[in-house]
Design a protein around this ligand. Structure first.
Ligand code: ZN
Length: 350
């Protein structure tokens, strides 16, 4: 009888082959670490988690350097657990000296360990040219910068535009995360700013950049702002072999689409999708606060996402879709989206 029970247990384990959360190698390819308290790294290491911290600012070189220093110091102290991408300032864009200054700063950033360069959404949505048009990411004045990044074999990380929900009234948005964010940040809610660029205009500019620089590795943050439809993501992945997508803060949009279609999409593009969350750990006066914050993330977001990708269970979420089914992805696919693609896209060692 006892042997029978053990045999049943083995058969069940053999069928499900559910990988183990703690020991499975994982990278969160989209995080924001702005802290000098590195106590949380211990918890990352215990759970086989690495992070890529994206420096995200577009004005004020002093502010950029402050954020850069947090990331580069964490990387220097924990090179196996923390990698990072730098960014550059738009101050003086188009004026004499901007290009040279920017390239010099990026060179210094790479020499100090940055694996990529992040460009934030305010390029395309905030900065105005001298003729009052919006400065777009495919603007030719950026070309020497993208060429330089490519020449150093680094990665461009683009956050272009916003979710399509941003162009809808709050009550029409498909996920609660978006409606609460845009209720709190009306300055970014494009439905209220019809004078601003359309979602389509922003996507076209990003696509044009990909077309102009086929040798440049580009990671599109937040599913490339094409979160609403895996078919739209697939079109770009087919057309631009240099393009990959991180899932940061958009996994909830997978859940509101057809489950089997999303699963097929992830399996088909298993080499081009990076797990990421957009979590932030910031400086605090409280000792050990960063550890407490990371514990909260580990038990919350990271575990929830893991359940979604690794099980076929019916899960409950406090969002507009209350019940959804996990994707139960094959282990080989999980290995890629959880770490191998991030290593490849950012040329991480090891
Ligand atoms: Zn982010």
């Amino acid at each position: 009888m006892r042997n029978f029970v053990i045999l049943c247990a083995l058969l069940v384990a053999g069928c499900s082959q559910r990988p183990d959360f703690e020991s499975f190698p994982k990278i969160d390819a989209h995080a924001h670490l702005e802290t000098s308290d590195d106590s949380f790294v211990e918890l990352l290491e215990a759970n086989h988690f690495g992070l890529i911290s994206l420096v995200t600012r577009s004005v004020g070189q002093a502010l950029i350097e402050e954020e850069f220093n947090y990331a580069s110091e964490l990387h220097a102290a924990h090179p196996g657990s923390v990698a990072f991408a730098t960014t550059f300032s738009m101050d003086g864009f188009g004026a004499p000296g901007w290009e040279e200054r920017t390239i010099e700063w990026l060179g210094e950033s790479f020499d100090r360990g940055a694996m990529g360069v992040k460009v934030w959404k305010d390029v395309g949505m905030t900065f105005l040219d001298t003729d009052s048009s919006y400065i777009m990411i495919d603007d030719e004045r950026f070309d020497p910068i993208w060429d330089y990044i490519e020449s150093r074999d680094k990665t461009l990380v683009t956050h272009v535009g916003e979710p399509v929900n941003c162009w809808l009234p709050l009550e029409k948005m498909t996920v609660r995360g978006d409606s609460s964010y845009f209720a709190e940040n009306p300055q970014y809610h494009m439905y209220l700013h019809p004078e601003g660029p359309s979602h389509g205009t922003l996507m076209a500019a990003r696509d044009h950049l990909l077309e102009k620089h086929p040798g440049l590795r580009v990671v599109g943050c937040h599913l490339g702002s094409l979160e609403y439809d895996v078919d739209e993501q697939a079109k770009r992945l087919e057309k631009y072999p240099n393009f990959s997508l991180d899932m940061a803060a958009r996994i909830c949009h997978f859940k509101v689409q057809d489950r089997d279609k999303v699963r097929d999409f992830i399996i088909r593009y298993q080499d081009r999708l990076l797990y990421g969350t957009d979590i932030a750990v910031r400086n605090s006066d409280q000792p050990g606060e960063s550890m407490a914050r990371m514990q909260e993330i580990m038990d919350g977001t990271y575990r929830d996402d893991w359940e979604y990708f690794t099980t076929g269970d019916t899960l409950v979420q406090d969002d507009m879709v209350v019940y959804y089914r996990g994707l139960d992805l094959p282990v080989e696919v999980l290995k890629k989206i959880y770490s191998e693609n991030a290593k490849h896209s950012y040329r991480l060692p090891g």
